[in-house]
Design a protein around this ligand. Structure first.
Ligand SMILES: [Zn+2]
Length: 148
């Protein structure tokens, strides 16, 4: 399965794209592909950027992360092709997170959300959605700290 809206280089690092090209889709979890396509359809104004190195941007590790990345961590869902980090030109991450949390039925595979400046979602194997901050602290969905 391929994404309807994203190219494979938006989800894998350059070395993987150079080596496997379109075949690199085999490494991306189908639940993640379904989830990002649904997000793109719901938040369809402006851009939703994951990796952009292909077009000269500086984002290379926002999808699959390999040990070559300085952001690599053994326990990260990015290390297992289960996660993306995205930035939107027209929306802030908080409003998208809140929408996902309030509409879990629309995003049945999203089981991890990180509270960060960007949108991190992952399709980890959990029964319930886990909301955590950049230090790994877990939050109840009704007690998420807000910035404002
Ligand atoms: Zn992330």
């Amino acid at each position: 399965m391929k994404s309807k809206y994203f190219k494979i280089h938006e989800l894998v690092p350059k070395k993987m794209y150079d080596r496997y090209g379109q075949k690199a889709w085999r490494y991306v979890d189908v639940r993640l592909i379904e989830s990002i396509d649904k997000l793109k359809e719901h938040f369809n104004l402006g851009t939703m950027t994951i990796n952009n190195y292909f077009w000269g941007g500086d984002r290379e590790w926002s999808g699959i992360r390999t040990p070559e990345s300085k952001y690599y961590s053994y326990g990260s869902q990015h290390s297992y092709a289960n996660a993306i980090d995205a930035v939107f030109s027209h929306y802030n991450a908080e409003e998208i997170r809140n929408y996902i949390i309030d509409n879990k039925d629309l995003f049945p595979y999203i089981k991890g959300i990180e509270l960060a400046e960007w949108l991190h979602i992952d399709v980890r194997n959990e029964d319930e959605l886990v909301i955590f901050d950049t230090k790994g602290k877990v939050y109840d969905k009704n007690r998420i700290p807000t910035k404002s």
